[in-house]
Design a protein around this ligand. Structure first.
Ligand SMILES: Nc1ncnc2c1ncn2[C@@H]1O[C@H](COP(=O)(O)OP(=O)(O)OP(=O)(O)O)[C@@H](O)[C@H]1O
Length: 640
């Protein structure tokens, strides 16, 4: 209630202020009209004197002289009105002063006056103010009328004088000065008219510079004052625009700085041999979207991802985070610099990690019809693009072996499951066993696996397709095409420098791990349960290796699983390694997502010691000789 009265009082204050302003202007107007009346009186006297002269001269001009008395009638009327107005003005001023005095009287702070007292007082005041405002309006209207009458009279006088001047042959100085005086008078009344009309309508005047200057005098302030609101608005708009532009620049600089900082940080980390970890969030699938579709995992920026856990929001930082909208191309762009390292003679390992159905195969291989090829096929193209570009300085040899680790058994994917099964049924046949070995430099290789050469990306891709056809894939509840094995694609690039004969050998290991899963969730039974157990066992061994390496433990349990043996040089060894942790956005996978992210965070702490595998021409030759001798071949002078 009090708030209501306070608002009412505010409104009344506003009325009062505007009324005072109107009165001020009216008072100034009265002053002006008075001045004009005085001037008109003088003018009248002058004209009377002139008329007397004209009379004595007995000229016909006397008949043509305008009847000044008639035209001055409105001015006289205005004079009389002025007197009346002055009186009513002083009366109103008195009332307003009283009103203000009442207003100034401090309200008793506590307790607030009862509504029954306050309300009649407010109503009384409101009536008084409204009455005063209405009176002021009437007064303004009368001023406008008077001004109009005075203007019409002055115009008429001016017109008559102009006509008179046209017929007269002799132009005296007096008539010139009368003419200019009347011009000025008409102009004054016109400006007054603009001013009064503007006061009444509350609009800004539209006028030429001359009128503006006159109005400036009348209002007692510069036209700047009249125009200032618009100008100030424009100024403020300009300032706002500038501020926005500055803000945009600051954000742009900040983003640039942040990206650069991250880039340099990555470079330093690279130099230190740290494993790079990217995180990729897959889009919601149809099932998940149908269950409500709220994402519990979100990409915050290019380097952070947040997970909504029952205990609150958890944030994880990685070397790069790809959101659900990230394309295969974008993911590969950040990966491709590692392909150059392979050509330069480094061991590189790129592997995808994550629960079943999180998008590992999509990231590494691509979709089924290869409309969105993943890192593997893109790497094949990149390798041959680089070798082609450098073919004038180097001679390249590209070869590959492809394996799967299924039920803790390494299988050569260049040999079909059918051929292998048939070979095993024949008692005399010696099935080739694939075993993981390491060179003296610690580089892992698969002994017994068939290595095939490829001279183009297409050939390499054909080999890859052949290998994929031999993979173990099955439908689970979580993924219609779930990889039931770990896929290991190894490409070796040997490059011989045509200038100095040195040979470097780079190795690119691309690993699509099978997904960790919970049997109950995937609905695994019988042999699928066996597969799942084997997958989980190998992943758990990988987890142990990651934990030992990140905690800098003296013993790292590589030998606990074939998977960890295959990846020995990639985790804590002689390789540049990139892990891509794939995660699902859905609440139903929250536990698995958190586990994956925690493992991935640990991997970030692991340091590798990547060294270039390069041999001088002499060593390369000697190695070739040893190979020949070992295989019983003869060696001649040309070999050394
Ligand atoms: N980034 C993505 N954009 C579009 N579809 C995706 C994306 N990631 C995954 N998918 C789709 O999600 C489904 C499961 O992905 P994918 O087979 O790659 O999972 P996975 O982690 O390899 O599973 P598993 O471990 O069971 O083999 C596939 O249909 C795949 O096409």
């Amino acid at each position: 209630m009090l708030e209501f009265f306070s608002n009412k009082l505010d409104t009344l204050h506003c009325h009062q202020t505007s009324m005072l302003q109107e009165l001020k202007i009216a008072r100034e107007e009265i002053g002006k009209v008075q001045e004009m009346l005085a001037a008109s009186q003088e003018n009248k006297q002058e004209m009377t004197e002139e008329d007397e002269i004209f009379e004595t001269k007995g000229t016909a001009a006397q008949q043509q002289t305008p009847n000044c008395n008639d035209s001055e009638k409105p001015l006289e009327g205005a004079n009389a009105r002025l007197e009346g107005l002055k009186e009513s003005l002083s009366q109103r001023e008195k009332e307003i002063t009283e009103l203000l005095e009442t207003e100034k009287t401090p309200m008793p702070p506590v307790p607030a006056p009862p509504c029954s007292v306050l309300l009649p007082a407010v109503i009384h005041k409101a009536h008084a103010v409204c009455g005063a405002v209405a009176e002021s309006r009437d007064y303004l209207d009368r001023l406008i009328e008077d001004n109009q009458a005075a203007l019409a009279a002055a115009r008429e006088k001016l017109e008559n004088l102009n006509n008179e001047e046209e017929v007269s042959t002799d132009r005296s100085d007096t008539s010139e000065s009368r003419l200019s005086f009347l011009h000025e008078t008409v102009k004054d009344f016109e400006v007054h008219k603009i001013a009064l009309d503007c006061i009444k309508s509350g609009e800004s005047p539209v006028m030429n510079d001359c009128e503006a200057l006159d109005l400036e005098d009348i209002l007692g302030q510069g036209t700047d004052g009249v125009k200032s609101i618009g100008q100030q608005l424009l100024l403020l708009q300009d300032q706002l625009k500038q501020e926005k532009e500055e803000k945009r620049k600051i954000v742009e600089n900040y983003t640039l700085e942040r990206t650069l900082r991250k880039k340099y940080y990555n470079m330093v980390e690279d130099m230190k041999g740290k494993i790079r970890v990217f995180c990729r969030l897959r889009p919601m699938n149809r099932n998940e979207a149908g269950q409500g579709g709220t994402a519990f995992v979100e990409k915050i920026d290019d380097y952070s991802v947040s997970v909504e856990t029952p205990r609150g929001l958890r944030e994880f930082q990685f070397d790069k985070v790809f959101g659900a909208e990230a394309s295969q191309d974008e993911v590969f762009q950040d990966t491709s610099r590692l392909i150059q390292s392979v050509i330069d003679g480094y061991n590189v390992c790129i592997f995808a990690y994550g629960q079943t159905g999180s998008g590992k195969t999509f990231t590494m291989v691509g979709d089924k019809d290869q409309r969105n090829p993943g890192i593997m096929p893109r790497s094949f193209n990149a390798i041959f693009d680089i070798t082609r570009e450098n073919s004038s300085k180097f001679e390249f040899k590209v070869s590959a072996y492809m394996l799967e680790l299924y039920n803790d058994r390494l299988q050569d994917l260049f040999i079909s499951q059918a051929a292998e099964a048939q070979a095993q049924t024949q008692p005399s046949s010696q099935t080739r066993r694939v075993e993981i070995k390491r060179t003296r430099k610690g580089v892992v290789f698969a002994q017994g696996a068939e290595t095939k050469e490829a001279s183009s990306a297409q050939e390499l891709y054909a080999l890859f397709q052949q290998a994929c056809a031999n993979r173990h894939i099955a439908a689970t509840k979580m993924n219609v095409e779930s990889s039931r094995s770990h896929l290991i694609v190894v490409i070796m690039v040997e490059s011989r420098n045509l200038t100095n004969g040195s040979i470097s050998t780079g190795k690119l290991s691309l690993v699509d791990l099978a997904g960790s899963e919970r049997a109950a969730k995937t609905g695994a039974k019988d042999h699928q349960l066996k597969e799942a157990n084997s997958i989980n066992k190998s992943l758990s061994a990988l987890g142990d290796v990651i934990s030992a390496l990140s905690a800098d433990l003296p013993h790292v349990p590589y030998r606990n699983s074939k998977l960890t043996q295959v990846m020995q040089d990639s985790l804590g060894g002689n390789a540049k390694t990139l892990m891509i942790v794939n995660i699902s956005p859905s609440e139903s996978n929250l536990d698995e997502t958190l586990t994956s992210l925690i493992y991935a965070t640990r991997v970030k702490a692991i340091t590798n010691n990547a060294q270039r595998n390069v041999e001088s021409k002499e060593i390369a030759q000697l190695k070739e000789v040893i190979m020949k001798l070992k295989s019983g071949l003869t060696v001649d002078d040309g070999d050394v």
